[in-house]
Design a protein around this ligand. Structure first.
Ligand code: PLP
Length: 409
């Protein structure tokens, strides 16, 4: 079991703000000193562009950038590092896929499937490409535990047809905290139609579950560095090699070409054909440091700790008669985040009152408007925990809600 008070010593933000109750790690996690040092090291000691200079600094920057790719590949169980594409974030990873692959395969007469609880990043790109080409866009609901209703053969049979070219699903919902059994769903989808591609949005899963892309059986997987204690501006798209090789570049420019003439251009091999222009070198290096940091803590320990915190939160929230939890109230069926609605207090008012006591939560639709509309609400409040969350933090959240009720009801 990890000790969040010891962990806090690794996070300089707590030195600056010793009284802060940071319950918004699902939006972005705090950054450990190891990540800040890695960023600082690049900018201070070997700041140079990659792949371009025949001098020591550039060679070191290139080596560290490519080492970071190896670290990511190992972290997600990818068989080769060239299947790891650095992007800006999960959103860009999914858009890259939608443009480069979706535009080709999502055509009239074909079907693309998402769930009702997708983040807009894994909903809108597929919706827009489907609309553009006149393809069918199917949105599958979630059950009362917040899992996509694709568990059994009957639902798979209905949703996955011979024309279903792609299914894009969250692994962990950023609103419901629910967990899709990706390996089982993928297996069933592939049994029904081996040509259906499965895209996994792992943005909220990478801090909680060990990732092994081969065991998941999916075709593509996307996540952001900043939710994994890494810097903002760096993300990852992993894909099966033969599928990536078959895709058109997403952006054109420097570093992604093989040869350019006035009449034609040919493109670099993987992964560089998808990384046009100067990449976020420091970001990739910082992400590797973040992955090494969380590996030291242990993803399993992180999961156990955040589940303990959310169990505490769920027990406390259950005492408020005006509060409704979105998703399961059973902590074993969710990860360390909880979204809820108060039937008398708007989430923005609650968030505002909490913030006056240094309690940071997220209020709004959390980029999941279809889900909120389906639930008959415009917004909710979300508290999300991490390895540095303490029971004291949860108590201060509960005390803040009580205070808001005293002020507003
Ligand atoms: N998918 C999920 C489930 C998320 O929670 C988020 C961000 O909150 C994203 C995708 C998009 O991440 P980013 O904004 O880093 O691209």
């Amino acid at each position: 079991m990890l000790n969040p008070k010891t962990i806090r010593a690794d996070f300089p933000l707590y030195t600056e703000h010793p009284h802060i109750v940071y319950l918004d790690s699902s939006a972005t996690a705090l950054k450990p000193k190891a990540v800040l040092d890695a960023l600082d090291g690049y900018y201070r000691i070997y700041s140079a562009n990659v792949f371009r200079g025949l001098y020591g600094l550039s060679e070191r920057a290139t080596a560290e950038y490519e080492r970071s790719r190896d670290v990511v590949a190992h972290f997600i169980g990818a068989q080769s590092s060239d299947t790891v594409i650095f992007t800006r974030n999960a959103t860009e990873s999914l858009n890259l896929l939608a443009y480069s692959l979706g535009n080709r395969i999502i055509q009239k007469g074909k079907r693309v499937v998402v769930s009702m609880a997708e983040h807009h990043a894994n909903f809108v790109p597929w919706q827009q490409i489907a609309m553009k080409h006149g393809a069918e866009f199917v949105v599958v609901p979630c059950d009362s535990d917040g899992k996509v209703e694709l568990h059994d053969d009957a639902s798979i049979d209905k949703i996955v047809t011979k024309d279903t070219v792609l299914v894009a699903l969250f692994w962990v919902s950023n609103v419901l905290g629910s967990v899709n059994d990706i390996a089982a769903i993928t297996k069933k989808i592939k049994q029904k139609n081996p040509n259906t591609l499965v895209v996994v949005d792992a943005a909220q899963a990478v801090t909680t579950f060990p990732v092994h892309v081969t065991e998941l059986g999916c075709d593509f997987l996307a996540f952001s560095g900043h939710k994994l204690f890494g810097p903002t501006g760096i993300g990852v798209l992993w894909g099966k090699k033969e599928l990536l090789e078959d895709m058109e570049p997403f952006m054109y420019g420097g570093d992604m070409i093989e040869r350019v003439s006035v009449t034609e251009s040919t493109f670099a091999q993987l992964p560089h054909r998808f990384e046009a222009g100067t990449p976020h070198i420091a970001g990739a290096i910082g992400l590797a440091a973040a992955i090494e940091y969380i590996a030291g803590v242990g993803v399993h320990n992180a999961h156990q700790h955040t589940q303990k915190m959310i169990k505490h939160a769920l027990t406390g929230l259950a005492r408020f008669k005006h509060i409704r939890i979105l998703g399961s109230s059973d902590p074993t069926k969710r990860v360390g985040l909880v979204s809820f609605v108060h039937d008398r207090i708007h989430p923005h008012d609650l968030g505002d009152i909490l913030s006056k006591d240094d309690v940071c939560v997220r209020a709004g639709h959390h980029c999941a408007m279809p889900l909120h509309t389906h639930e008959g609400i415009a917004a909710s409040t979300r508290a999300s925990t991490s390895i540095y969350t303490t029971t004291d933090d949860i108590e201060r959240l509960l005390a803040g809600i009580k205070k808001a009720e005293q002020i507003l009801l």
